[in-house]
Design a protein around this ligand. Structure first.
Ligand SMILES: CC(C)(COP(=O)(O)OP(=O)(O)OC[C@H]1O[C@@H](n2cnc3c(N)ncnc32)[C@H](O)[C@@H]1OP(=O)(O)O)[C@@H](O)C(=O)NCCC(=O)NCCS
Length: 136
């Protein structure tokens, strides 16, 4: 499979976005997905050259001075295990290399994935409003 990477969602359409948010009970629509990609400060997309569909994405939001946060990373199930998630994360960390702090939250099973990309384990706090999981 030939994958193209891009750091712009400007020309994307909702039709190129389906199958994401696996396991989310109240998942965002493709239109809402597109909106969050276009509203993020930074984005990297993996696109299947053959179908022109997005098969993986990572987003970051930032204060533009010291800090950046990575809210979302996902690769479509059929495309996992081929280095796409690593490539997206590596490209995003390179994009964010000038910031003092780059943070994300993940399950413990994924800590090794991020450690291989030079990130360190930390502790944190979070709040989730499940009524807003599909976007407002
Ligand atoms: C996590 C995710 C993005 C990984 O994408 P991927 O394209 O399959 O990952 P890669 O093929 O680039 O894997 C890179 C490395 O991480 C490892 N890895 C991948 N997924 C892993 C997982 N769920 N747990 C532990 N290790 C994992 C791979 O074995 C590989 O190791 P290697 O470099 O030593 O061979 C993908 O599984 C996914 O979308 N999961 C659901 C959403 C999610 O959990 N997102 C993260 C939110 S914090």
């Amino acid at each position: 499979v030939q994958i193209r990477y891009t750091n712009s969602a400007a020309d994307l359409t909702p039709e190129q976005l389906s199958g994401f948010f696996e396991g989310w009970p109240n998942l965002p629509s493709p239109e809402t997905h597109l909106r969050l990609l276009q509203n993020s400060d930074y984005v990297w997309l993996a696109i299947d050259e053959e179908t022109d569909r997005v098969v993986g994405f990572i987003t970051a939001i930032s204060d533009g001075v010291l800090s950046a946060y990575i809210p979302l990373l996902e690769v479509l199930p059929l495309f996992r295990g081929h280095g796409i998630g690593k490539q997206l994360t590596r490209r995003m960390l390179e994009t964010l290399h000038g910031f003092y702090m780059v943070d994300l939250i993940c399950d413990t099973e994924l800590q090794l994935f991020y450690e291989k990309l030079n990130m360190q384990k930390t502790t944190g706090m979070s709040l989730r409003n499940y009524a807003r999981q599909s976007g407002s």
